[in-house]
Design a protein around this ligand. Structure first.
Ligand SMILES: [Zn+2]
Length: 352
């Protein structure tokens, strides 16, 4: 059977539950799992299935628009900062109160575990008494105590994290060569959509090489830290290119479908562009996350290699640098400039 859930690989039990629920939807779904679980992918596919007249055929206009993020009855909310603030949630209210134009209105709210304590009452208000034919799809990676009420009111679907083998295997089935599939899976952090992107990313090995070269390239000389940061950000820019091309093709495809149906142009260009911009920002962050993890691995190995007493000053230096990388990693979650973050980190490493 080929439908919107067909590409959701490695989570067969969850897919069976999702397929089973679409014809008699409940008011709120809660997709749960860890950072390696296809939570947002699952949520988007469920949203498409809920607005499709054939329970997620994957071919009709409703399915295509929902998957492209431009369906009038589907809204995927995004937080401004690193968690859901009261203002973010107040903004949700107007949209979630709308009646559907078609079969059903679907509100996707990812990562409700990132709701601050003060925002919980506002979130509960949004989830309470939505208009008829509305469904919420929430995702979470953990269950802080203050989410107990939300949890008790939702239908929970567990999405297991994908193993690297499952990801590599899925890529191979999609026609990627075995070594490339493995390299992409190993560097995907368990995220299959990232693995798909990396599998078609010719610059992956070059980027890994730049990050690995940091310890030996970096000098206390003024400009060394800045030079490395520039080099890394230029390499990251090449990751964004295929994604930009994908966005362009996606929109062109929709335009073509509308033209074939004798209609002018698809609605929702602004929403589409905003979603695209968000994806590019998230991709840059993921890339830097992954780079920092690569760098940390090198210093961790250096620490382990020098942990004996006679080399303890080297071990201590590695520990200090790991703390700096950790700190940079935390700052990355805020909306800081990537260039500033990297330059500062490298300058501090060079001084350590
Ligand atoms: Zn459909």
């Amino acid at each position: 059977m080929s439908d919107v859930f067909s590409d959701l690989v490695g989570v067969d039990d969850a897919v069976a539950v999702l397929r089973g629920t679409v014809r008699n939807p409940v008011q709120a779904y809660l997709l749960t799992g860890s950072s390696g679980s296809p939570l947002i992918d699952g949520a988007r596919r469920l949203a498409a299935a809920l607005v499709c007249a054939q329970a997620g055929c994957g071919r009709c206009d409703d399915c295509r628009q929902a998957l492209a993020g431009i369906h009038a009855d589907v809204t995927e909310f995004a937080m401004e900062g690193s968690n859901w603030r009261v203002d973010d949630i107040h903004e949700m209210e107007t949209l979630t109160r709308r009646y559907p134009l078609g079969r059903r209105r679907v509100n996707v709210i990812p990562r409700i575990d990132l709701t601050s304590l003060v925002s919980i009452p506002a979130l509960l208000k949004v989830l309470e008494e939505p208009p008829s034919r509305s469904t919420f799809i929430l995702t979470t990676q953990s269950f802080p105590a203050h989410l107990a009420t939300v949890r008790s009111r939702s239908f929970e679907i567990r999405m297991p994290a994908l193993t690297l083998e499952a990801i590599a295997h899925a890529l191979e089935r999609e026609g990627i060569s075995s070594p490339t599939a493995r390299l992409a899976a190993e560097n995907s952090g368990g995220d299959i959509s990232r693995a798909r992107l990396l599998a078609n990313d010719k610059g992956l090995e070059a980027r890994l090489a730049i990050w690995r070269s940091v310890p030996e390239t970096l000098t206390p000389r003024l400009g060394s830290a800045r030079g490395l940061s520039t080099q890394i950000l230029a390499a990251v820019e090449t990751v964004l290119e295929p994604k930009k091309a994908e966005h362009k093709a996606e929109w062109a495809h929709l335009e073509e479908l509308y033209a074939q149906a004798g209609m002018k142009r698809p609605p929702g260009k602004k929403d589409f562009d905003e979603k695209a911009k968000r994806e590019l920002r998230a991709l840059t962050k993921t890339e830097l996350d992954f780079g920092l993890a690569t760098l940390a691995r090198i210093y961790r190995e250096s620490f382990l290699g020098h942990v004996e007493a006679e080399a303890s000053s080297k071990a201590k230096r590695a520990m200090d640098i790991l703390a700096l990388i950790d700190e940079a990693h935390e700052v990355l979650a805020t909306n800081v400039s990537a260039d500033l973050l990297l330059t500062t980190l490298f300058a501090r490493i060079a001084r350590t």
